[in-house]
Design a protein around this ligand. Structure first.
Ligand code: NDP
Ligand code: X2W
Length: 345
């Protein structure tokens, strides 16, 4: 059994890790942490876990215990806080999967510019944790910077087009919508019921911190700098992301070439379900699962492609992807603990 601890187990991402790891045959959850609920049982914080997890929450300040007892640590803290854990575990054999953004960037100057936080672990040996694109790097990584939720949906949607240079990368527009669990468990005005219910609004236009993360991954695929527009929206539902991506197709590219590019890249990927040209993915069809559903539409009139992708932000966008990366890092089948159907309706 692999001994796993979760730092920040009382967040939505941490709780989702507990839900999914419950069915992982190779994992023993040894420690779970919280600063607000230290000494309480996790089932007091999340009653849906009652009878399933009995552990008491400990403080992350007890890092020696965590380091001694764990093979892997998953971190579900707000960005800016995982670096402290990464540094504390740097000289141990513990491997780290951070669900936040601290270890996602090649260039920490970009992180600092968009997150407005000083990066204090710049030389960390880290890889970007988007399993389908960085599998080889993930295998032996010390620190995996798990990909973000909007970014996972958007990068996976666009990757075959960018890799094959079928589109002009700098014409990309990503218009994405998320359920509110994406903003975490703590109360915020934006997700307060009267403000959210029966409402639909954009936020973070031209400033959202997922913009440089999408640009980085697409830049890796085409070996040049990519600049794009990303507009997130908040939808009154708890889970799910639908990302709608637009780009100009190069004139020599045919619809059949595009279809083949998706099949070539993802045909063997279990967690990517290619719904095909003309299809409409939906958040409910991936709810609770680690699937990313992708469909694409070609508008010959405007010369644009419109790619749609749907994920569950807490699963393929966070905890499920983290476990997929964990499976790769441990040499397990990627589906281990993740092979279940979406919850429908
Ligand atoms: N929600 C989502 O859909 C996704 C989230 N993520 C990322 O995962 C991480 C966690 O997100 P999420 O679970 O939604 O967030 P939540 O706000 O729900 O939970 C945050 C967690 O961090 C702990 N925490 C908060 N502030 C501090 C602090 N100053 N020091 C130590 N611990 C602290 C909280 O514990 P306590 O108060 O009990 O101490 C809690 O366990 C974030 O980095 C987020 O960006 C990534 C992809 C998707
Ligand atoms: C709906 C909502 O608020 N979503 C969050 C993004 C989700 C998240 O936690 O960000 P990471 O994936 O980078 O970790 C936001 O816009 O800030």
């Amino acid at each position: 059994m692999i001994r796993v601890s979760i730092i920040g187990a009382t967040g939505y991402a941490g709780a989702e890790l507990l839900r999914l790891l419950y069915n992982h045959p190779q994992v023993q959850v040894v420690h779970i942490t919280s600063e607000s609920y230290t000494g309480k049982k996790i089932s007091e914080v999340y009653p849906h876990l009652r009878g399933l997890y009995d552990q008491e929450l400990i403080s992350m300040k007890d890092m020696d215990t965590i380091a001694n007892d764990s093979d892997f640590v998953f971190i579900g803290l707000p960005h800016g806080h995982a670096m402290e854990v990464g540094k504390a575990l740097a000289d141990t054999n513990v491997r780290i999967i951070d669900l936040g953004a601290d270890y996602r960037f090649d260039d920490t100057d970009i992180y600092e510019a968009w997150y407005k936080v000083a990066h204090t672990h710049k030389d960390a040996p880290r890889v970007y944790g988007l399993a389908e694109l960085y599998r080889e790097d993930i295998k032996n990584a010390k620190i995996i910077g798990n990909a973000g939720c909007y970014t996972t949906a958007s990068i996976l949607a666009l990757a075959p087009l960018v890799k094959n240079e079928f589109i002009e990368p700098n014409t990309i527009i990503v218009d994405a919508k998320s359920g509110t669990s994406g903003s975490g468990r703590s109360a915020k005005q934006m997700t307060h019921y009267p403000e959210l219910y029966d409402n639909f609004k954009a936020y973070g236009v031209a400033t959202h911190r997922h913009t440089p993360e999408i640009e980085q991954a697409l830049g890796h695929l085409c070996h040049r700098k990519v600049t794009l527009n990303f507009t997130p929206h908040l939808v009154p539902m708890s889970r799910g992301i639908l990302s709608t991506c637009y780009a100009n197709i190069k004139q020599w590219v045919t619809p059949e070439m595009i279809d083949k590019a998706y099949t070539d890249m993802y045909g063997d990927e279990y967690f990517i379900r290619l719904l095909g040209r003309g299809a409409y993915p939906s958040t409910k069809e991936v709810r609770g699962s680690n699937f990313c559903d992708i469909g694409w539409h070609i508008d010959l009139r405007t010369g644009r492609i419109i790619v749609l992708s749907a994920i569950d932000n807490l699963v393929k966008g966070a905890a499920g992807q983290a476990i997929q990366n964990f499976n790769i890092a441990c040499g397990f089948d990627e589906k281990t603990g993740l092979d279940f159907t979406p919850i429908y309706p």
